[in-house]
Design a binder for this molecule. Structure first.
Ligand SMILES: Cc1cc2nc3c(=O)[nH]c(=O)nc-3n(C[C@H](O)[C@H](O)[C@H](O)COP(=O)(O)OP(=O)(O)OC[C@H]3O[C@@H](n4cnc5c(N)ncnc54)[C@H](O)[C@@H]3O)c2cc1C
Length: 437
């Protein structure tokens, strides 16, 4: 079923020439892993070494499965090692869309599943001593007065799903916490936050190996031969397994055609400033929260452990990320923090977000032996992690929770020549809506 298509533009090989990210420049000491060579056997072959693949591999190995994980580039090379590092609550779609498809009770189960992802991250960090600068606290900020109503609705939804304790903050109180006059207020969560996502992934790769997972880097799956015992082919080797888990997300390209059009790779850009003087850094975001605005094309930012402002945003629907993202991002940074107009930008990069049409994750089976999870739509840190567990549960024969999310229907994106122009049009509409509503 799966002869490889030509390389996708959202492809690790194409990314290899990109500039260094802040995360790669500050990665904990880690080893390079060998390329897959020769023929191998496993219970499960996991494709992709990001949050989802690492979590699935770890959870499977701890259930007694022999697991081989293939990563096309290096651990965390995809979105997992280049994101905003924000540990978010719930799903990118919000809960109403999920409830509309599954009913209120099952939507509640989905919300609990997402919350479990946070617990998994915290306990993996504690259990394996992963140094990744975990910090709790999150501010959803209102870029226009009408967005305060959205934040109230968000709070009501959180309350209705049993996630209490959030706090609405007015403009003056927010300005004491966040040194900008750009926002009209905020919703504060104590139980969401931020961390260094690449260091988390590197720590989880070590934890996987301690649990018996064999990890191969520079080992792109080029084809998956389906059947009762699928076989994954790389340039120099193969893995024959009882099950395959596809966790390549926006970077999977056309490897598994049946799931390709259910997501769209959308570029998002991030910059990291030079380290800021102590007094500037400690006042910019007083309580060191992660911050994101409520726009569809949102800005998100936070401080790093070494006092840089890490600032992300923008959406690129063309499939290309420019080598120099600073000209795109500096004006956005300046609009929020004019006092940083002349700050030096030390790092700038981009990555591909795996969006679905309805912004709800897309998980399922291509056939009985091939499972996948993708489409986290900008909130894959937590949800990708917990989906790794759901994949493992399903393969181990307890598919209740996996099937709950797999029941959600997804509309594929248009293919062929219409794909990009239609998305650009949709994008223009959302930008317009951000500006006028
Ligand atoms: C710039 C940016 C900012 C973001 N900010 C946030 C945020 O703050 N919070 C949040 O929750 N989410 C955020 N996201 C989304 C989040 O990063 C992703 O949803 C999440 O990392 C997806 O994890 P994953 O493991 O499913 O996929 P990925 O991390 O993309 O990993 C897929 C891996 O599979 C590998 N791969 C692909 N094809 C193959 C193949 N054929 N063979 C072998 N390996 C293959 C790739 O090299 C890659 O390493 C952001 C994304 C981006 C790009």
């Amino acid at each position: 079923m799966t002869r490889p298509k030509p390389l996708d533009r959202a492809d690790p090989a194409a990314e290899a020439v990109r500039p260094l990210t802040y995360y790669h420049a500050t990665a904990n000491a880690h080893k390079a892993r060998a390329r897959l060579q020769g023929e191998h056997q496993a219970d499960v072959c996991v494709i992709g070494g990001g949050f989802t693949g690492l979590s699935a591999a770890y959870e499977l190995a701890n259930r007694g499965f022999r697991v081989i994980l293939l990563e096309a580039a290096s651990i965390g090379w995809g979105a997992s090692g280049r994101n905003g590092g924000q540990i978010c609550t719930g799903f990118s779609s919000g809960m109403a869309r999920i409830a509309a498809q599954l009913g209120r009770e099952d939507a509640q189960r989905c919300f609990r599943i997402a919350e479990e992802g946070k617990v998994m991250i915290a306990s993996n960090i504690a259990e394996h001593g992963i140094a990744c600068d975990l910090q709790w606290g999150y501010l959803h900020v209102a870029p226009k007065p009408s967005a305060m109503d959205d934040l109230k609705e968000m709070q009501e939804e959180f309350d209705a799903y049993g996630y209490g304790g959030t706090e609405l903050i007015d403009r003056d109180a927010l300005m004491a916490r966040l040194q900008t006059s750009a926002y009209h207020g905020a919703l504060r969560e104590a139980r969401a936050g931020h961390f260094h996502p690449l260091n988390y992934c590197l720590g989880m790769a070590d934890a996987c190996e301690e649990s018996g997972v064999a990890i191969f880097e520079d080992s792109r799956a080029l084809a998956v031969e389906d059947g009762a015992r699928p076989k994954v082919m790389t340039a120099q080797g193969s893995v024959s397994a009882k099950f395959v888990v596809a966790a390549g997300s926006a970077y999977l390209g056309g490897l598994i055609p049946a799931i390709r059009r259910k997501i769209m790779p959308v570029g998002s850009f991030v910059i990291a400033t030079e380290p800021l003087p102590d007094d500037v850094a400690s006042n910019l975001i007083r309580d060191d929260e992660a911050v994101a605005d409520t726009n569809f094309v949102l800005d998100y930012f936070r401080m790093t452990a070494d006092r840089r402002l890490l600032f992300g945003g923008r959406c690129a629907y063309s499939g290309f990320i420019p080598n120099n993202v600073e000209p795109w991002m500096r004006p956005r940074l300046r609009r929020i923090f004019p006092q940083l107009a002349d700050v030096k930008i030390d790092y700038g990069w981009g990555g591909f977000i795996d969006i679905t049409m309805n912004r709800i994750p897309d998980i399922g089976r291509v056939q009985d032996t091939i499972y996948y999870a993708q489409g986290f739509s900008g909130q894959g840190v937590v949800v990708g992690t917990v989906c790794g567990r759901l994949l493992a549960e399903a393969i181990a024969g307890q598919a209740n929770r996996f099937d709950l999310l797999a029941r959600i229907r997804h509309t594929p994106f248009p293919g062929g020549v219409a794909r990009t122009p239609l998305l650009v049009l949709a994008m223009m509409w959302y930008r317009l809506r951000d500006a006028i509503s």
